[in-house]
Ligand binder design. Structure first.
Ligand SMILES: C[S@@+](CC[C@H](N)C(=O)[O-])C[C@H]1O[C@@H](n2cnc3c(N)ncnc32)[C@H](O)[C@@H]1O
Length: 665
């Protein structure tokens, strides 16, 4: 009898416990089992478990880079505080409106205690966040922050006072009240990751909703995450439009969303509306498990939301006024613009990316920030080295203004003009120009003789701003020869060119001459396993991780050719995978004996990983760093008190290139 009573008590306790755990945010990050084993070997089980846990949370602060060419940190702090005050007032008005529209379930302000706006009211930060992003400012080499307790603080690292931290708070308990009549929505993982960073819930992000949800109803918001599947893959076991039944006995998704509640919001439309319309805000969040102010689309051109390690990367590159810098994987342009600002917009920052639309984003950002030293091009960084002579070298290597130009046309055998070339050549003396023209004309005659073309017109030399207008026979040629830039600078008589229309084109680059850059940033595409918050990591396999490594090494080989002797290469990734970080450093140092690791300033990340592991294909041993090298790289551990994304930075000094490279397999 006693035993039965004890068992009953125990079970009641377990159920209560489970019930209180149910409406929390306590996700477990799922990994591919082989990848998980590999990381446990690299980090040790305890450290990897902390990293894994940290990845599921957002940083407890937002980091803002101020465009010091346009404004000051103090001016921005004032503007941001005003914006936050206004948002708070708006929040109060919205709440009143919702209440007066008759929603009995709308949140009261009391229930929102501990929220971001309440902190703003007293201008004090919440202590909820476990990490202290400013802890590194307590170091001896850094002056102490004087205003650590205010909502927005300047970074105290020397030279980085243009970086502002806006503190958030969390994790907060959700005041769901009586959960027996709880109305709920489930959102997709991607949507939830954005919501945890401060976004709203838009219609496409909603997967499921309780029956009878009407506009103005308060709903609990949880997330659907991929689960292991029968065929050993991963799948989200929920189809869009599902009606949530709510009760344990009849709701198939009941257990799946346990511990995955990200907040509480107000429905901006009925359940029917959420699955009928294709866009718009579905849920306005009123209580978030993590409260981070979202400054998207505010103070455009004056500020840029950027992770601290990315800002540090631009500093580590240490670009100097007047230098020629290449950003090899540049979109959306966060680091490109940081570099240009450090150079006071003097010099040349060449930003390339393989994606056309992303290059447009770089151009837009550079324009918004008022930076004219940036030129952006579409280019596959794996083919970034152009070995041909200056004639085929891309326009990207020519500066915008002044200089001389040359023009010629080639016609095919049907006398249709195939190619028209107009080039602006800078930094050439008249004599150098004459010899170049001689050479081109000789080649054109040769091509005519060999009947490769039916006729050519002779090359002419013009002052760059007087180059003749040339009709271009088709868009392909137009793109091939990168002449959109000319169209922009020299208005066509026949009306606006494509670059003025909505379908804007970007310039293609055919690559750059060897040794033509002072410094190169290779912010490589990677597995991104350091990005936060992340709710699922099972998509990366050992094979995909291995492929990232191969891709990065090929890009690095291009960077080596493009940087001048005496120059600098900075390599960075946003992944925790040593196979894409320390292994790349080992490859670089072993293959190119003229490279050396350079000290980094500032250095707030931790040391790199020394040692080796079985390679991901299990057939060899992959070496990482050797003793002594670990302090020369920076590794940002997401579980460290600095509370950043997972990130890695290595800086290489480039010596005299003797080009005797060691074969690395
Ligand atoms: C890590 S993101 C770069 C972020 C950027 N540096 C910033 O700070 O804003 C990597 C970029 O590499 C680009 N990329 C991937 N493969 C590429 C290639 N072969 N050539 C050029 N860009 C590439 C992607 O389009 C993506 O924009």
């Amino acid at each position: 009898m006693k035993r039965a009573k004890a068992l009953l008590l125990h079970q009641t306790f377990k159920m209560d416990h489970r019930h209180s755990e149910r409406y929390t945010y306590n996700p477990t990050l799922h990994w591919n089992p082989r990848v998980e084993d590999y990381f446990i070997k690299a980090y040790g089980a305890e450290r990897f478990s902390k990293i894994s846990e940290a990845l599921t949370r957002p940083s407890c602060y937002s980091c803002i880079r101020v465009n010091t060419l346009k404004t000051t940190s103090d001016a921005i702090i004032e503007k941001l505080l005003a914006i936050l005050q206004e948002a708070r007032l708006q929040c109060d008005i919205d709440e009143l409106n919702i209440r007066s529209n008759g929603s009995s379930t709308a949140m009261t302000r009391d229930a929102k205690q501990g929220s971001y706006f309440d902190e703003l009211k007293c201008h004090q930060v919440s202590n909820d966040c476990e990490g202290d992003p400013l802890q590194f400012s307590q170091r001896e080499d850094v002056p102490n922050a004087s205003s650590q307790s205010s909502l927005i603080t300047k970074c105290q690292l020397r030279g980085l006072d243009y970086v502002l931290f806006v503190k958030g708070s969390g994790p907060h308990k959700m005041p769901f009240g009586d959960t027996s009549s709880l109305k709920e929505v489930i959102v997709s993982r991607k949507c939830a990751e954005a919501v945890l960073r401060g976004a709203k819930i838009f219609v496409p992000g909603v997967l499921a909703c309780s029956a009878h949800v009407e506009k103005g109803d308060t709903v609990a918001v949880s997330v659907a995450i991929e689960q292991p599947n029968l065929d050993k893959g991963w799948a989200v076991g929920i189809t869009r439009g599902t009606v949530l039944q709510g009760q344990q006995t009849v709701d198939p998704q009941y257990f799946e969303r346990s511990g995955l509640y990200i907040g509480q919001g107000i429905a901006m439309m009925s359940r029917a509306g959420m699955f009928r319309v294709s866009k718009g805000v579905a849920i306005e969040m009123i209580n978030r498990v993590f409260d981070l102010p979202s400054f998207n689309d505010v103070l455009e051109g004056e500020i840029f939301l950027q992770n601290l390690p990315s800002i540090i990367t631009a500093h580590v590159l240490d670009p100097q006024k007047g230098e020629r810098i290449l950003d090899m994987c540049a979109a959306p342009g966060g680091k490109t613009t940081a570099i240009a600002i450090l150079m006071k917009d003097e010099g040349e920052v060449v930003a390339v990316d393989r994606s056309h639309n992303k290059v447009l984003e770089i151009k837009k950002l550079a324009k918004e920030m008022g930076l004219s030293c940036i030129s952006a091009f579409k280019l596959d960084a794996l083919k970034a080295v152009c070995r041909k002579n200056g004639l085929t070298d891309s326009f990207s290597q020519q500066c915008e203004n002044g200089g001389l130009g040359l023009a010629y046309k080639l016609y095919d055998t049907t006398e249709r003009m195939r190619i028209s070339v107009r080039m602006k050549l800078c930094h050439l003396t008249i004599d150098a120009m004459r010899s170049m023209i001689k050479l081109v004309n000789k080649n054109l005659e040769l091509m005519e003789k060999q009947k490769l073309v039916s006729k050519t017109n002779k090359v002419g030399v013009f002052a760059a701003n007087e180059l003749p207008q040339v009709e271009v026979d088709n868009e392909e040629t137009n793109e091939m020869l990168d002449i959109n830039k000319w169209k922009n600078t020299q208005k066509l008589k026949n009306g606006p060119g494509r670059s003025q229309s909505t379908g804007e084109r970007v310039e293609l680059s055919k690559g750059f001459s060897p040794n033509s850059f002072d410094r190169i940033l290779l912010d490589a595409p990677c597995s991104a396993l350091g990005l936060r918050p992340r709710l699922f990591a099972g998509e990366e396999t050992v094979e995909s991780l291995r492929n990232h490594g191969k891709y990065q090494r090929k890009m690095f080989d291009q960077a080596i050719q493009l940087v001048r002797p005496g120059g600098v290469i900075v390599y960075s990734t946003c992944t925790i995978n040593p196979g894409e970080n320390e292994a790349l450093v080992r490859y670089a140092l072993d293959k190119y004996n003229f490279l050396s690791l350079a000290p980094q300033i500032p250095r707030i990340g931790g040391p790199g990983i020394v040692g080796s592991c079985d390679s991901l294909d299990g057939q060899s041993v992959k070496e990482w760093l050797r003793p002594g090298e670990e302090e020369l790289v920076q590794r940002f551990d997401p579980s460290s008190p600095i509370d950043t994304i997972g990130f890695f930075i290595a800086k290489f000094n480039v010596g005299q290139k003797d080009m005797t490279v060691t074969a690395i397999h």
